[in-house]
Design a protein around this ligand. Sequence first.
Ligand code: SF4
Length: 236
Amino acid sequence: MQRGGLSIYAKINSPIIIRSLNLSRLRITEIFYSLQGESSSIGKPTLFVRLTGCPLRCIWCDTEYAFSGGEYWDMPALLEKIESFNPQNICITGGEPLAQLKPCLELMQLLCKKGHNVSLETSGSIDISEVAPGVSKVMDLKAPDSGEMGKNLYSNIQYLNKNDEVKFVIKSRKDYDWAKMKIDQYQLSDKTNVIISPCFGDIDERQLAEWVIEDNLPVRFQIQMHKILWNDVQGH
Ligand code: SF4
């Protein structure tokens, strides 16, 4: 589907013609302005661009509505829409944004060039080596009770730095012990910022906080703020 009204796609929406002209487009589930609910940028007004599609199926996924559907936006119309919010901070999220690898990389590069603070939320299952250097990467490592631990691409860790974050969503004591082991194995806290976050509604948040304190774990404990403020309603 076409949005934005200005695009060449309105006249030539054949995939073959689009490919031959080397034009980019992205399938988008939603674009909305809210507060960043997690990561080191928590609380900052942020424009969220949620890309459609994800190859994973985490048991506790809270964005299943982004698995399918969405609308295609050509790059110029998408950039125009984004700029209409005059955003300082932009979060590219999903789904798994890197499932649309090339146009997603292009979008982030263009937004960085325009001077925006750009962050990327990614599952950790797709190569992040080509993400523009200015982008702050927030990468999951999927714990056992996500059901998707086998998809973790550990080679991605080498591309993380102090401007980035690794996030563990914890559903159980088993997940917590596994996260501790991975933090130690990859010396994650020396390389990047590490976030431990309770799986909303599945684990006693206070219990998890106490484990982190007991172990003096070199991480940031964080509860997703948007779920407290807006009870996980879509669009926040
Ligand atoms: S990677 Fe994210 S969007 Fe994909 S299934 Fe897991 S939680 Fe959901």
